[in-house]
Design a protein around this ligand. Structure first.
Ligand SMILES: C[S@@+](CC[C@H](N)C(=O)[O-])C[C@H]1O[C@@H](n2cnc3c(N)ncnc32)[C@H](O)[C@@H]1O
Length: 291
């Protein structure tokens, strides 16, 4: 199971990328907040119910689920990444001690035995696009749901539908070697960009009533405290180059190239800032399916 070059997804999310996500957790959760709100509105979690969070990362959605389920609810949150789970456990101890208990478990969603018919709901915010065997993973998640139980998740549509990524990416591309295009179905953020692929994999796993809603939301990458465009632009450029496809372009580049990239993105973002905030659109599938 290869992530980048020769490393496995487990290595990938336990290495430098996991560490980056862990240290940027607060910013990521703030930027994704409008998408998280759409996810929870669609999932409609029941008070006292049970939820499984797939690829829970640093725990934002698991904690939000625990809030909705209340103290008699139950949340299991699974991820491959030890550093992200460590952040999640610490946060849950501070932010959610009196809410539904959350078990954060280091587990591969493709193979872990979550129990049969153990959850009313499964949710995921961008945690389902990295499986080697998506069919096995979704079948395993389906098995964990009660009959009629619902899976609700977010995944990215095409990269072209995501200016928050393409704008900085297009500014950085001239500075770095042309990236090699990988196979479209390889694990990665855009592997379910095509509705047909996603529908087919969920249907093959046995899910019913599959719906894919295209949602577009402006994401505020950064906002300055005093409304100045430059501060917001610098913070937003730092965010945009620290994570995701743009960070991968820059990962092996010398410091001078990284500094040029940051400046190019920051200059562009300063032009886009409105009232001290830099916002760009994101396009996702909000997916719902029933066991
Ligand atoms: C893009 S991150 C999203 C994290 C989190 N849901 C969020 O929105 O902040 C993808 C997450 O999926 C996890 N992941 C990848 N493959 C997995 C697998 N097979 N089983 C469980 N988690 C996995 C990664 O470790 C990572 O934390």
């Amino acid at each position: 199971m290869m992530a980048d070059g020769a490393i496995t997804q487990r290595d990938y999310w336990n290495g430098e990328v996991g560490a980056r996500w862990a240290r940027n957790q607060r910013r990521i959760d703030a930027v994704f907040a409008p998408l998280t709100a759409a996810l929870f509105e669609a999932a409609c979690l029941r008070v006292d119910g049970s939820a499984l969070d797939i690829g829970c990362g640093a725990g934002d959605c698991a904690i939000a689920a625990a809030r909705r389920l209340g103290p008699r609810g139950r949340v299991v949150a699974a991820d491959l990444s030890a550093p992200l789970l460590a952040v999640a456990r610490e946060r849950a101890g501070i932010e959610a001690p009196a809410l539904a208990p959350i078990a954060f478990i280091e587990a591969d969603a493709q193979t872990h035995d979550f129990g049969d018919a153990a959850f009313e709901q499964a949710i995921s915010r961008f945690g389902v696009m990295f499986f080697d065997d998506s069919g096995a993973a979704f079948a395993n998640i389906r098995k964990a749901l009660v009959p009629g139980g619902r899976l609700t998740f977010l995944c990215w549509r095409r990269i072209e539908d995501n200016p928050w990524i393409t704008v900085p990416r297009n500014l950085v591309l001239p500075l770095v070697p042309e990236p090699e295009p990988g196979p479209a179905d390889a694990p990665g953020p855009f592997r379910f960009a095509e509705a047909e692929t996603l529908n087919a994999v969920l249907a093959q796993a046995g899910f019913l009533d599959i719906t894919l809603e295209a949602i577009d939301r402006p994401l505020t990458l950064a906002r300055s405290g005093d409304g100045t465009a430059r501060d917001a632009a610098e913070a937003a450029a730092d965010f945009a180059t620290e994570l995701g496809p743009v960070s991968r372009l820059l990962r092996d580049q010398p410091a001078s190239v990284r500094a040029d990239a940051l400046k190019r993105v920051s200059d562009d973002f300063a032009e886009r800032a409105v009232s001290g905030a830099v916002s760009l659109d994101a396009g996702c599938w909000l997916v719902s399916a029933r066991r």
